[in-house]
Design a protein around this ligand. Structure first.
Ligand code: GUN
Ligand code: ZN
Length: 439
């Protein structure tokens, strides 16, 4: 039994601020104590209330910092790390011109390992401790990613990309090899330490009916693995899917007919969804990864967050960076762009709603809320130490280091998400162990 504790301002969420009041959903302790046992949360409370019970436990103190659960990125492509910021195209052309040639390099396991290692270190530097990750069509790129994630004891979800058409020959599999290789990878990695598997058809454009059908069969055989794909991102893409699947009743229906729409299904983007499709996602308890920096960068459009978070047909939503379509691995920057997207729609996104999406909301979207997302006892102690005064400008905007009321905290949190990036991440802990500290 190994006990340790962290003292500082603690912020997490106990409910969804899109539906519950801030008083009922935000938990803020300006002088809190987070007690851990063997990498999990043992107790959380004010320093004053817990101090006597844990008097002999070693305490790390973070004055003038804000301790929060680690960020959860619900959609990102590790092989696209090096092709971030590729100029001038929208989705389909961007894929052919930049993405596919880059992903071809991941046939080389050593290269995949080098990029996976760099990518995971960057995630930790940006305060992200869990992600749902696209690899490439090559099984060795999945092995490389999981090996590097496991080396860092991270809770990560990933899977081999399935593509059997409309991509270069060097990047395509077949329905049968996709099924067999995915099955082998599930058996090897799903539930291994903290790692989880996602069956990952790239999108309806690059998978035949038969490949999607076999992916659905595999999901039925392993119902606790995830399904991760792209959905209704770009207008031309939606038109092409309608041409490729003339018998389907819309884009989501292509996946639905293959048995791919369920409670462990995560769909990236959903910018062009119809009302009926939102309804279907709600009933199926599927999740959407809202990827604002990517949707803006690739000119895809403005996601209807208000519709997804409606009261009558709620859909689970997490935030995704979608690098390399997205322009930053920072979940702070992602919340900032999400806010701007809602502004362009004439709506808004409160700082607590945004930070909920980046933590407990992401955990719920990934069905991991029993393990991650806030500081409830027994949860895995992945957390970050934020510095709201990380730059001279942030220090001027946030003159008080520790907020003493919810309105003051809301203002500080908002300025931090609008101005912050990796410079605001002072430290990142994984299962209670220091995994990154700003030099
Ligand atoms: N749709 C299919 N593949 C991709 C991808 O790699 N990135 C994005 N943003 N959308 C996709
Ligand atoms: Zn993507």
């Amino acid at each position: 039994m190994s006990l340790k504790a962290f003292r500082g301002a603690l912020l997490d969420f106990v409910d969804d601020p899109f539906y519950a009041s801030e008083a009922d959903s935000v938990r803020y302790l300006p002088d809190g104590l987070l007690v851990l046992e063997d990498g999990k949360v043992k107790a959380l409370g004010t320093y004053e209330s817990l101090q006597a019970s844990y008097a002999n436990v070693p305490v790390t103190v973070y004055p003038d910092r804000l301790i929060m659960p680690g960020f959860i990125d619900t959609h990102v492509h590790f092989p696209q790390t090096e092709m971030i910021a590729a100029y001038g195209e929208q989705l389909l052309e961007w894929l052919s011109k930049y993405t596919f040639p880059t992903e071809g390099k991941f046939k080389d396991k050593a290269y995949a390992q080098e990029i996976a290692s760099f990518f995971l270190d960057e995630l930790l530097k940006h305060g992200t401790t869990t992600a749902l990750v696209f690899t490439t069509v090559y099984p060795q790129s999945v092995d490389a990613f999981f090996e590097e994630a496991n080396r860092r004891h991270l809770r990560m979800i990933a899977g081999k990309v399935l593509m059997d058409r409309r991509a270069p020959d060097f990047l395509t599999d077949t329905p049968e090899t996709a099924y067999a290789e995915s099955k082998q990878l599930i058996e090897k990695w799903h539930g291994h330490d903290r790692l989880l598997y996602a069956i990952t058809p790239r999108f309806a454009v690059t998978s035949s009916d038969e490949q999607l059908r076999l992916a659905g069969k595999l999901l039925a055989e392993f119902p606790d693995v995830y399904m991760h794909t792209h959905l209704s991102e770009n207008v031309n893409e939606v038109r092409l899917v309608a041409e490729l699947f003339p018998d389907s009743d819309g884009y989501l229906d292509v996946y639905d007919r293959a048995g791919l729409v369920g409670s462990k299904s995560v769909f990236a983007h959903g910018v062009q969804l119809t009302d009926a499709e939102f309804q279907r996602l709600s009933i199926a308890r599927s999740a959407i990864a809202f990827c604002p920096t990517s949707n803006l960068f690739l000119g895809s459009g403005l996601f209807n967050l208000k519709r997804a978070k409606s009261v009558d047909a709620p859909v689970k939503v997490g935030l995704g960076t979608d690098v390399g379509g997205g322009t930053s691995l920072s979940m702070l920057k992602t919340t900032s762009e999400a806010y701007k997207v809602t502004q362009l729609r004439g709506e808004t996104l409160s700082p607590f709603q945004a930070l909920f999406l980046a933590t407990l909301g992401g955990a719920r979207a990934l069905s991991l809320e029993d393990r991650l997302g806030n500081f409830e006892p027994e949860k895995e102690a992945d957390f970050i130490v934020l510095n709201p005064r990380a730059t001279p400008l942030m220090a001027r905007r946030n003159p008080t280091a520790i907020a003493t009321s919810l309105p003051e905290l809301a203002d500080q949190a908002f300025a931090t998400m609008i101005l912050g990036d990796d410079r605001a991440i002072h430290a990142t802990y994984v299962m209670g162990e220091l995994a990154y500290e700003q030099g």
